[in-house]
Design a protein around this ligand. Structure first.
Ligand SMILES: C[S@@+](CC[C@H](N)C(=O)[O-])C[C@H]1O[C@@H](n2cnc3c(N)ncnc32)[C@H](O)[C@@H]1O
Length: 275
């Protein structure tokens, strides 16, 4: 039987930005600027706890007390994402089907719970124009770092920076003022993937997920995302849920698409039009 996570494991922590022991002064300055930008603390000599490690190569979330737990970073040129981009199911991928990409070009998608931007990346690599909203400064910093590095990647620089934009803020607030505040046109699709409260500690709850739970906790206010998303989207709202999870805001979708581990709930804005 998996154990329940203790309350301290579920407690949210705010990491400081730090640097490796051998960091030169330029790297220290870079880390300090980053800390100031995201309004996070800076500790050059941090030796324990959850930290954002600024190295020459990248920014990564790391638990210094658990060196065996891998670091979490955004790498759009990673082997896994490159394989998925080149050899994945394309527009037949479950997420692409749920978003309704078949036959569409330049679909405008607002990913209002961006996280590490993997779903957004898959959609962008299939031609979507993506705005991403992320409220956690730590996750937004990781995402911004990944986007910055993508600008220098030979495979990604020609298309990714134009197709993926990050907005740091609270989705409910930004969606309510989307067209005026960001001077954006309304998205065809709003995509939601809030963190579901996994309270069990099991092999299935991956190490990365554990770091994330320590950092963010579950998105207890997720239900509040659905109404503004439906009010904003021109065509549909797609909600990613773990298989077996209840509907967001207890609202039954028009379409349920069952994947292996996840379910995509699709809310059509104009069901009679069939799109
Ligand atoms: C499960 S993760 C999303 C993972 C993402 N789909 C991916 O492929 O990497 C959920 C993210 O949504 C963010 N989030 C949740 N509620 C939000 C809100 N109201 N406004 C902005 N971001 C939110 C959380 O901070 C978290 O980073």
């Amino acid at each position: 039987m998996p154990n329940k996570l203790t309350s301290s494991e579920l407690e949210k922590v705010t990491p400081v930005i730090t640097v490796p022991g051998n960091a030169n002064s330029a790297l220290v300055e870079r880390a300090k600027r980053n800390a100031m930008h995201w309004q996070l603390g800076f500790d050059e000599n941090a030796t324990q706890g959850l930290v954002l490690m600024q190295s020459e190569a990248h920014l990564a979330l790391k638990q210094l007390d658990e060196p065996k737990v891998g670091e979490v970073l955004v790498d759009f040129a990673s082997d896994a994402l490159t394989f998925r981009r080149l050899h994945g199911g394309g527009k037949k991928e479950a997420v692409a089907k749920a978003v309704g990409l078949k036959g569409q070009t330049d679909w405008r998608v607002l990913d209002a719970t961006a996280g590490l931007g993997r779903d957004a990346f898959v959609l962008a690599s299939l031609g979507c124009n993506i705005d991403m909203i992320e409220r956690s400064p730590v996750v937004a910093a990781l995402l911004a770092d990944g986007l910055e590095r993508a600008q220098h990647s030979p495979e990604l620089s020609a298309w990714l920076p134009q197709r993926m934009r990050l907005h740091h803020g609270i989705a409910v607030e930004l969606m309510a003022n989307w067209c005026t505040v960001t001077q954006n046109v309304a998205p065809d699709v709003v995509y939601l993937d809030p963190m579901f409260p996994h309270r069990k500690k099991s092999a299935a709850v991956k190490k990365e997920m554990r770091l994330f739970q320590q950092l963010l906790g579950p998105d207890e206010d997720a239900d509040a995302l659905l109404a503004p998303a439906i009010a904003l989207a021109k065509k549909r709202v797609v909600v990613k849920r773990p298989a077996g999870a209840p509907f967001l805001a207890q609202q039954k979708p028009h379409i349920e698409m069952q994947g292996k581990a996840n379910r995509f709930d699709v809310y059509l804005i104009n069901p009679k039009a069939g799109d």
